[in-house]
Design a protein around this ligand. Structure first.
Ligand code: GDP
Ligand code: MN
Length: 391
């Protein structure tokens, strides 16, 4: 689960990370009012969306009067901001954050990620912040430092100081920097985050370190023990196809092609994506019905796949172990009864009760295209797509 910059800053501040003062606004008028509240003569207006790269997409502006703030906010509200990190349709702006400005002397990078492979936490820092870390790692790999934290031992003070020295900070800033890093680490650990990024971490002209931008993602499986964080969920920032499925307990991934896929198991889903691409097609999504899916669950899954109007052909690929092909077939037949299915549907069934499943499909009299193997199913889907597009 992702949260907004202003929310991440509020959480980090609670753990002792210095952040600029700011106020959230849901309207241009409220944004202008924040200037009076904050005081000062210049402010930064920042679009709150679940994506980085806002600066270069026009989502961050420095303003010098409350009128300018109001205009900048007015321009942002209701817009879909397309960044290099967002999907092509962008993310809608419903909140803006107004902050006091900071005079930047240097921009640094601080990030913390969970490395699932080594089961450790990696602290990534760079003396050149501001730009994306992936780019920096490609263009100047020597500028990126990695420090490994063993979670059972924790992030030790000497490691934090070593990082601060590595960033070339002046002697008087080593201790405050180490405190900041450890505070950020505690927030990451205590809140079950999977990613924390402070970019830029600014060294101000007054010689202070401030988190100018903050991004956090959390482990969905740990949200049951962080009620206050799960409440920060903002559905406006999610792919509506994915939230629709998640609300029904279905694992769904939205993609950009036109073949909708209903599959059991993530591994089979990956193999099916590959076969579709191999046959010259592009998947629109995949939905994992899981194990032991009832006809009703299959019907719901069918509805969720069709819910996406990018879908021009549907491929059902079930390799039943715990699942039952007859239940899947019953669900598909029920879907034709309840939904307005106008697109070609290709079904490949294998495994438990496959004969019964095939019989149900055959005797339904429905225009279902059946396939025997995964390759056959992928080819038939791409073939049906050609026909449905030219029709
Ligand atoms: P991102 O593009 O989504 O990562 O948004 P950021 O919050 O990182 O803002 C982009 C850039 O705007 C930063 O790298 C800074 O250079 C600049 N910026 C943000 N806040 C301030 C500020 O208070 N003062 C100044 N001078 N620049 C700022
Ligand atoms: Mn940033």
């Amino acid at each position: 689960m992702d949260i907004h910059e202003y929310q991440a800053k509020e959480l980090l501040a609670r753990f002792g990370v210095p952040v600029p003062r700011g106020g959230l606004a849901y309207s241009p008028e409220q944004a202008a009012y924040r200037c009076t509240e904050l005081g000062g003569t210049a402010w930064v207006v920042k679009a709150q969306i679940h994506s980085g790269g806002r600066g270069e997409a026009g989502g961050v502006s420095v303003c010098h009067s409350d009128r300018e703030v109001q205009e900048a906010a007015n321009h942002l509200f209701g817009q879909r901001l397309v960044t290099r990190q967002s999907a092509p349709r962008g993310k809608p702006v419903y909140r803006v954050y107004v902050e006091e400005t900071v005079a930047i002397a240097r921009e640094l990078y601080f990030g913390t990620v969970l490395d699932r492979t080594t089961e450790k936490i990696i602290i990534i820092t760079a003396a050149e912040g501001g730009m994306e870390i992936e780019e920096l790692a490609a263009s100047a790999p020597e500028a990126v430092q990695r420090s490994v934290v063993e979670p059972a031992v924790g992030f030790l003070d000497f490691q934090a100081r070593e990082i601060a020295f590595g960033l070339g900070l002046p002697a008087e800033l080593i201790a405050p920097a180490a405190r900041l890093f450890r505070a950020a680490y505690r927030a990451f650990r205590d809140l079950d985050a999977t990613m924390l990024e402070i970019n830029p971490l600014a060294l101000t002209k007054d010689g202070e370190l401030v988190a100018l931008d903050a991004k956090m993602s959390f482990d969905d499986n740990a949200m049951f023990r962080h009620q206050e964080i799960s409440e920060l969920r903002d559905r406006s920032q999610e792919d509506p196809r994915e939230s629709h499925a998640a609300d029904r307990g279905l694992a769904y991934v939205g993609l950009d092609g036109d073949i909708g896929c209903m599959i059991n198991g993530a591994g089979l889903a990956m193999a099916t994506m590959d076969m579709i691409k191999h046959a010259g097609g592009e998947p629109a999504n995949f939905l994992d019905i899981g194990g032991g899916a009832s006809p009703d669950r299959v019907l719901k899954a069918f509805r969720a796949v069709l819910h996406d109007d990018q879908v021009k052909v549907m491929l059902v690929n079930i390799f039943a172990g715990i699942n039952r092909c007859d239940w899947v077939a019953e669900g598909i037949v029920a879907a034709y009864g309840e939904l307005d299915v106008r697109i070609p549907v290709i079904v490949r069934l294998a495994g438990t009760n496959v004969e019964e499943g095939r019989r149900i499909l055959r005797e339904s009299g429905l225009p279902i295209i059946t396939a025997d193997t995964l390759a056959d199913a992928a080819e038939k889907s791409v073939g049906a797509l050609g026909m449905s597009l030219s029709a």
